[in-house]
Ligand binder design. Structure first.
Ligand SMILES: [Zn+2]
Length: 626
């Protein structure tokens, strides 16, 4: 252990969040905003919120934020693209990003000075108390598109960062965006902390993994145009992200986030249930998988958007996380009713900052128990089928995994709820999968058949759009407006128990999930479609106003109020209040069309079950078909 760490006072995650937020609120006049839901609202491009900047994209694109131009928050995030890596010392499915934001306010000088002050000022002065001796930074090296970031370099130098500790790196390391083909982007500067033994080397070597990245300041100053050139942006923004778990690991003087207070109690509980005290390396891996997956699952189930285990989208990821945790618990000899205990520890640990977990804890436990029972039910049947098949093919085992029917793994999933990695593990254990290529082959066959059963493989989409930029194309904006009309029409026809449970929009169609206990009748569907079309024909103007949540409620706005109390929100109105013909009022970040007539006409394509008590509608508008 580095001797420096001993002198740093231990800190809890709750204290670290407070320290960060207070630093920006009290010392640098930021407004603290509540982080967004971990399930993105109206974003077709990702399953989960994957970074702190993700929910703020519309404001980084130039929309006015109701809370002003200096913001700070803690954002719950989930990354599932590398689910296989979970359990290694650093990968986490769920993580928290601390961030501060400038929307056309301060730029490089302000951002770098604040970052430096927070990193190096003493705990008593509201900072982390890191010594400059343990810090290094990187700046953008410059290329044909944009020059070397001398400004950032000189700012760090001026603050006392030795020039040997400042590295210039190319675009692949020190540049953000654009998320799509065009849009805002710019260089960033990254901050690293020395986690190796003894004193940090005088010269910073970016290849040395003992330097751990802890913070990233992105400077959005260019707009990438369709012709591939870069022009300066009118409004420059700053977007920063500091990984809470990473910093807590450093401040706790340990090697892995799994050794911090965020996990120690859970891991102790797992050992207690499993009945050992000195785990093997393999057992440690299983402990970490259980701890990581159930933490992520607790947050997904505890989210205001209310996802439950299912065979599609977020529900499928949730199912995989829970089932993989159960499988590893079984490996450790833990049989029943452990999920509630583990989840309960997380609710207790996080409930103070994330009140939604306290509010929804009964639902979280109930859904987890249900999933555990479902899984135990089908798993036995599935295992029998899988083992029979392996036996049957034993004589052609030399063919390897190719001996199985092409859709075998998908059928295991579709019929028995076997997550693909579980089938893979069984195949591995029985000697069918020997090399990485075998595994890849199985995965690609599974994906192929899974995609055939989905309009869109959301898992793949998530990787592709990891930058988190929402699609604000005309098509998506039209369908977003149609979603508001549909939401209101459903409440009119079915009743006010109808609440949004999820929304996903592509250029081709909208998809809207809502609470309703039964299948809609043909008459109800027709009525909903007619109402939406009437509102389109009426050519209602669309406008928005900023107000507080109580004001919005008093006006009868619908939407997710969540924990946004005290903050200002945008309320979109469809209709003309002065003529008393307001049809829909909904809390929403936008954007929307100017007039409902722009949608052309509305067609309901499909109404189906999505999960228990939740229905799903797919629909399109004619303006997008031209
Ligand atoms: Zn909306």
């Amino acid at each position: 252990m580095s001797p420096v760490i001993i002198y740093i006072k231990m800190i809890t995650a709750n204290e670290l969040r407070r320290l960060y937020l207070d630093f920006f609120v009290k010392k640098h006049s930021h407004r603290e905003i509540k982080g967004a839901s971990v399930i993105p609202d109206n974003d077709p491009t990702v399953l989960f919120t994957t970074a702190g900047m993700h929910p703020l994209v519309p404001y980084l694109m130039g929309e006015k934020h109701p809370e002003g131009t200096r913001l700070t928050d803690v954002q719950k995030s989930i990354r599932t693209d590398d689910i296989e890596e979970v359990g290694d010392p650093s990968h986490l499915t769920f993580f928290e990003m601390l961030g501060n934001w400038s929307l056309g306010d301060y730029f490089k000088e302000g951002a770098i000075k604040m970052s430096f002050e927070f990193l190096t000022s003493n705990r008593a002065d509201g900072g982390l108390g890191f010594s400059t001796k343990n810090l290094a930074v990187t700046c953008f090296a410059g290329d044909n598109d944009a020059p070397r970031d001398e400004e950032a370099f000189n700012l760090w130098l001026g603050l006392g960062m030795p020039k040997e500790r400042i590295a210039f790196l190319p675009k692949k390391d020190n540049w953000w965006g654009p998320a799509g083909q065009t849009g805002p982007c710019g260089p960033d500067t990254e901050m690293f902390y020395w986690t190796g033994e003894g004193e940090a080397p005088e010269i910073y070597d970016p290849e040395n993994k003992k330097w751990v990245e802890i913070w990233n300041d992105v400077f959005m100053q260019y707009n990438k145009k369709a012709d591939g050139t870069f022009e300066p942006l009118k409004q420059t923004n700053v977007d920063t992200g500091m990984g809470l778990e990473r910093v807590l690991t450093i401040l706790s003087g340990v090697k892995s986030p799994f050794e911090t207070e965020l996990f120690t109690e859970v891991i102790e509980e797992i050992r207690l249930l499993a009945g050992y005290s000195e785990p093997s390396a393999e057992q440690i891996l299983s402990e970490r998988i259980i701890a990581d997956h159930l933490r992520a699952a607790t947050f997904i189930l505890g989210d205001p958007m209310g996802v439950v285990p299912s065979n599609t989208d977020q529900g499928y990821i949730l199912r995989r996380l829970i089932r993989r945790a159960i499988r590893h618990a079984k490996k450790l000899g833990i049989e029943v009713d452990f999920i509630r205990k583990i989840s309960g520890i997380y609710v207790k640990l996080y409930g103070e900052f994330y009140n939604e977990l306290n509010d929804k804890q009964e639902k979280i436990y109930e859904e987890m128990a249900k999933e555990e029972a479902n899984f135990n039910n089908t798993i036995g049947k599935g295992l029998t089928v899988l083992r029979k098949e392996m036996q049957k093919l034993e004589s052609v085992k030399n063919k390897g995994v190719q001996a199985f029917a092409e859709d075998f793994c998908f059928e295991m999933f579709a019929t028995y709820g076997f997550p693909i990695e579980m089938t893979i593990e069984e195949l591995e254990a029985d000697g069918w999968i020997k090399a990485a290529e075998d595994k890849q082959f199985v995965m690609s066959k599974f994906d192929e058949f899974y995609k055939k059963h989905q309009d869109l493989s959301r898992v793949g989409a998530e990787k592709k759009f990891a930058g988190g930029l929402a699609d604000h194309s005309e098509e998506v904006v039209r369908l977003h407006t149609a979603t508001h009309l549909l939401h209101k029409a459903l409440r009119t026809v079915l009743g006010t128990h109808v609440e949004q449970r999820g929304s996903n929009i592509t250029a081709e169609r909208l998809r809207f999930d809502f609470s309703h206990p039964e299948k809609m009748t043909d008459e109800q569907k027709k009525l909903v479609e007619d109402i939406v079309n009437e509102q389109i024909k009426a050519a209602l103007p669309v406008s928005f106003e900023e107000m507080t949540v109580p004001e919005a409620m008093a006006k009868g706005a619908i939407g997710l109020f969540g924990d946004k109390y005290g903050e200002k929100v945008k309320v979109y109105t469809m209709g003309d209040p002065s003529k008393n013909n307001v049809f829909s009022m909904e809390i929403c970040g936008g954007p929307h069309v100017k007039n409902t007539s722009e949608l052309g006409s509305f067609k309901l394509l499909k109404e189906e079950a999505c999960a228990t008590g939740i229905r799903r509608i797919k629909a399109q508008v004619s303006a997008n078909l031209k």
